[in-house]
Design a protein around this ligand. Structure first.
Ligand SMILES: *Cc1c(COP(=O)(O)O)cnc(C)c1O
Length: 462
């Protein structure tokens, strides 16, 4: 199994190399050269299996011979044993023919745990085999950083440094990053905005002496392994509603397009998915693009669903690659135009995108109103991201095809917005009820590259 860049101008890599590399050298994103197929019988055989067994069967064809069956199953088992629900990704019903896929039972209460826990294990196994050690540095507006610290804590082949904007993440998010006691994870509160965190991270990757010296690696949402691991719950959910003998549709609260792109891969593998519905908040570049064909950067307007506040959606490049029939040069040209503000998708490519994707947008007021309504009429207290999904899922469901909306975070991760909307302050699950009592460990850092690099080198030398 080989991986190629969406910009067509980087070396082909194995699964393990693509995972450890992250971004391709031509600036593109890695995708499988061929998408493995699952037959109707193989999909039918998933019905009734455990989440772990389903994960093994879905992931195995993509990893080639990088991991043995025993290694892969070991990673899957360890990745999900800390989840607070035996089904890992259980479903509840919201309305006639509309289901909610709860992806928030992991250690940091958001769907990012599914992929991050798994790549923590895959990194550890692969690096141990190679006798290597890497330094992961990540920038976060909240959810990715907490998921990464939880996933990599205590693993001896990695050190993790997470930059978050000081004073600009929720208290739950901050505590999830600052309370793990393991010495290989480090929360750094940067004096600046999220954009500053991302800019300093990019500077580190462009400073080759530092990059090679500390063996810098990334685990942001463009990492192919993260997308792949998210394909699993599309299969587990569809199989439990009768796939392959019954089609289903999915609505996905979307930011960087990683989660919904995993649904596209599931469909390409043979899972009978009717519609994939992109749900956005007021930062609606994707909804505008799918409606008009124009992909234009706006200004980010901070919302109560912060994990969907994006200027550009990095994984959308992968969808464009397939919509342009794997023409890497065409994608490279679009990305050059994007650097100058935006581009238009060709008619043919827009038509191809619309064959799989629908979209919708929800305003701040509508989000608050829907959290209240869903609690009153569906018996579910939804986080703001999941509420955006469920509202658009309701609008797009039809009587013939079950709609499955992905619930991307637990309401207790965004208690202020949920309380503001519904009057109810969602409590943390019992297994983490003491989060507010645990002691915190964090270093405040200036928005300065040299200071950051020095701090990281000093910590690594200890
Ligand atoms: C990251 C995140 C999203 C957006 O997911 P993408 O893969 O970036 O589209 C939505 N909701 C929550 C709670 C998230 O943490």
């Amino acid at each position: 199994m080989k991986y190629v860049s969406t910009r067509g101008n980087a070396p082909e890599l194995s699964f393990a190399d693509a995972m450890l590399t992250g971004l391709a050298r031509d600036g593109g994103l890695y995708v499988p050269a061929e998408i493995p197929q699952m037959s109707a019988d193989e999909i039918r055989a998933l019905q009734g299996l455990s989440y772990e067994e389903t994960a093994f069967r879905v992931i195995k064809p993509f990893v080639g011979d990088c991991f043995s069956d025993e290694e892969l199953m070991g990673c899957i088992t360890r990745a999900y044993e800390g989840f607070g629900h035996n089904a890992r990704a259980p479903m509840v019903q919201l309305a006639p023919n509309h289901f909610l896929l709860e992806l928030f039972h992991g250690p940091t209460l958001a769907f990012k745990d599914f992929a991050m826990q798994m790549i923590g294990q895959l990194f550890q196994v692969e690096l141990t085999k190679r006798g290597e050690r890497v330094t992961i540095v990540g920038a976060t507006s909240g959810d990715t950083g907490s998921a990464a610290i939880e996933a990599f804590k205590g693993l001896d082949a990695v050190d993790v440094f997470i930059l978050y904007p000081h004073g600009r993440v929720s208290e739950v998010q901050r505590r999830q990053m600052t309370t793990p006691p393991e010495s290989n994870v480090h929360a750094l509160a940067l004096e600046g905005h999220f954009d500053d965190c991302q800019a300093r991270l990019k500077d580190m990757f462009n400073h080759f002496e530092f990059r090679d010296g500390v063996k810098l690696a990334g685990v942001n949402s463009i990492n192919w392994a993260r997308v792949l691991v998210q394909v699993v719950y599309y299969f587990s959910a569809a199989a439990s509603l009768g796939a392959p003998d019954r089609k289903v549709s999915f609505t996905v609260p979307t930011g960087n397009f990683g989660d919904i792109f995993a649904g596209y891969i599931a469909k390409q593998m043979g899972l009978p998915i009717d519609r994939l519905v992109v749900a956005t908040n007021q930062n609606d570049i994707l909804h505008r693009c799918l409606t008009t064909g124009a992909y234009e950067k706006g200004e980010v307007a901070p919302s109560i669903s912060p994990s969907m506040d994006i200027l550009v959606s990095s994984n959308f490049e992968r969808a464009l690659f397939f919509a342009y029939n794997k023409d890497g040069a065409a994608v490279a040209q679009l990305m050059d135009e994007l650097a100058n503000g935006g581009f238009s998708v060709s008619q043919g490519a827009l038509q191809a995108l619309r064959e799989d994707f629908d979209s919708g947008r929800v305003s701040e007021e509508e989000t608050l109103a829907f959290i209240k309504e869903a609690n009153a009429t569906m018996g579910e207290l939804l986080c703001p991201h999941s509420a955006i999904g469920a509202k658009i899922g309701e609008e797009h469901r039809d009587p013939a095809t079950p709609m499955i909306t992905l619930a991307t975070a637990h309401p207790a991760k965004f208690p202020d917005a949920v309380e503001n909307a519904s009057g109810i302050r969602p409590p943390l699950p019992n297994r983490m009820a003491d989060l507010y009592e645990r002691s915190e460990r964090v270093t405040q850092v200036p928005n300065d590259l040299t200071a950051l690099e020095t701090l990281i080198q000093e910590r690594l030398a200890k």
